[in-house]
Design a protein around this ligand. Structure first.
Ligand SMILES: *Cc1c(COP(=O)(O)O)cnc(C)c1O
Length: 387
C-alpha cells in the first residue's frame, strides 16, 4: 500500500524551462530575471502594487515586522490557531506576542476577542504595533470586521496568507487587504518553490525598503557601507524559476483542491458529528487542506487517536494546529478568548483533523482515505446506508 500524504509538491512541467533559463544565463547567483519576473507575475496575480520574493514565508513575516519598526518590548497581536511561524518572528524582534482566539465560523481571528484585547490594551496604554491575521487552511478571516477594529485603533494588519494564495475575500485576493500580505512556497503549500516566500504591499516604498534590508542593508556606496543590520533573505533565482512555472497552474491547483474538499464533504457530511470548516459568504477558499471536526460527544475516538489510526492505514492526516497560547514556547503570553466563557481555538484543536488534500491526490487514493476514516470512526453502517 502506498503512503497517502497530506499535501505534496505538484509540478506542472513548466518549471523546467525557467530553471533552464537560469542555467543558460548563468544566473545561479541569487538575483536574476526569474526573481524579478516572479515578483511581477505574482503581484499582478493578486493585484498588489508590489512584492518581494524572499527565502521563506517566515522571513516575509519577519520583514513586515521590521518594516513596521517593531522592536524590544513592543506588543504584537497574533491569531492563536496557526503554525508557529506566524508568531516566532515576533520573538526575533524581542517583541511581546498577545494571542487572539478564533471565531467558530471561519476558525480565524475573532473580531470580538480582538476588540476586547484592543480595549484592554488601550486602557493600559499598551496598544499593539501590529496585528498578524492568519487565513487558516485557505479560508479568509472576517476581514471587514477585523479591519474596522484595527482602523479604529490605528493598528496595521499583517495578513499571514501563507496558506491562502489563490483565495479571495469579497473579490480581493487574500493577502492584499492589510498593510502587508505574506505568502509561502514551502513544499507543502498550494504552489511551491521547494522553499520560499513573498511579501506584498500596496506601498512600493515599503517593498523598496524590504529590498534593502533583505540583501544585507548595503548603503549606496562603491565600497561596503552599513548603518543597520540587514538579512540574507532573498529567494534564489533558480527557485524563483520553479515559482514562475507553478504560478501558471495556480488556478488549476485551487480548482483541484476544491474538488477534493467537495468530495470529502459529499461523502462525510451526512454523518452526525462531522462538520467541515465553512466557506464564509463572499469568500473563496483555496481549500489548501480539508479540515473537519469530529464531535467528541458523538465519536468515541479523539482527534489524536483518529490521526494515529489513519497512520496504520498508511494515511497521513494531521491534527489542526496546536494553538500558540498552549505552546510551552509562549506560556507567558496573554490570550483573549472569543467570549469570556468560550475558547474556540481549544475546541478546534481538540476536535479538528486535516485530511490528505493534495491537488495530485488521485480519486482512488481519496476513496481509500474516506473508507479508512469510516472504518476508524466505525460509521460504516450509518443511518445513510440503512436508508
Ligand atoms: C507555512 C506557514 C508559514 C511559514 O512559511 P514558510 O515558507 O514555511 O516559512 C507561516 N504561517 C503559516 C500559517 C503557514 O502555514
Amino acid at each position: 500500500m502506498n503512503m497517502i500524504h497530506l499535501s505534496t509538491p505538484h509540478m506542472s512541467g513548466l518549471e523546467k524551462q525557467y530553471i533552464e533559463h537560469a542555467f543558460s544565463e548563468n544566473w545561479i547567483a541569487p538575483l536574476g530575471t526569474n526573481v524579478f519576473e516572479f515578483e511581477k507575475e505574482l503581484s499582478a496575480y493578486v493585484e498588489s502594487e508590489s512584492g518581494i520574493a524572499l527565502s521563506s514565508g517566515t522571513a516575509a513575516i519577519h520583514m513586515a515586522l521590521r518594516l513596521l519598526d517593531i522592536g524590544p518590548g513592543d506588543i504584537v497581536f497574533c491569531s492563536t490557531l496557526t503554525f508557529v511561524a506566524s508568531a516566532t518572528p515576533i520573538l526575533y524582534q524581542h517583541a511581546v506576542p498577545v494571542f487572539i482566539d478564533s471565531e467558530p465560523e471561519t476558525w480565524n481571528m475573532s473580531p470580538q476577542a480582538l476588540e476586547r484585547a484592543m480595549r484592554e490594551a488601550e486602557k493600559q496604554g499598551k496598544l499593539p504595533k501590529a496585528v498578524i491575521v492568519v487565513h487558516l487552511f485557505g479560508q479568509s478571516a472576517k476581514m471587514d470586521e477585523l479591519v474596522e477594529v484595527c482602523n479604529r485603533y490605528d493598528v496595521p494588519i499583517i495578513e499571514d496568507a501563507a496558506e491562502s494564495l489563490g483565495s479571495a475575500y469579497k473579490g480581493k485576493a487574500s493577502g492584499t487587504i492589510g498593510r502587508f500580505g505574506v505568502y509561502s512556497f514551502n513544499g507543502n503549500k498550494i504552489i511551491t518553490t521547494s522553499g520560499g516566500g513573498m511579501l506584498v504591499s500596496n506601498r512600493p516604498e515599503d517593498i523598496d525598503r524590504a529590498r534593502f534590508l533583505s540583501a544585507q542593508a548595503k548603503e549606496p556606496a562603491l565600497h561596503y557601507e552599513h548603518r543597520e543590520a540587514g538579512y540574507n533573505y532573498r529567494l534564489s533565482n533558480v527557485l524563483a524559476g520553479i515559482g514562475r512555472g507553478q504560478l501558471k497552474v495556480l488556478d488549476l491547483r485551487v480548482a483541484a483542491r476544491r474538488r477534493v474538499f467537495q468530495r470529502y464533504e459529499q461523502e462525510l457530511l451526512c454523518y452526525p458529528g462531522i462538520s467541515f470548516q465553512r466557506e464564509l459568504q463572499h469568500t473563496k477558499s483555496n481549500r489548501w487542506l480539508t479540515s473537519l471536526l469530529l464531535d467528541i460527544d458523538v465519536f468515541p475516538l479523539s482527534a489524536e487517536e483518529t490521526v494515529s489510526q489513519l497512520a496504520d492505514y498508511q494515511i497521513e492526516a494531521r491534527r489542526v494546529w496546536k494553538p500558540m497560547h498552549l505552546q510551552p514556547l509562549f506560556k507567558h503570553a496573554d490570550y483573549y478568548t472569543h467570549t469570556v466563557e468560550e475558547d474556540i481555538a481549544l475546541k478546534l484543536f481538540t476536535e479538528g483533523i486535516c485530511l490528505p488534500s493534495g491537488s495530485n491526490l488521485s480519486e482512488r487514493d481519496q476513496t481509500r482515505v474516506i473508507e479508512s476514516l469510516k472504518n476508524v470512526l466505525s460509521i460504516r453502517h450509518s443511518y445513510r446506508e440503512i436508508l
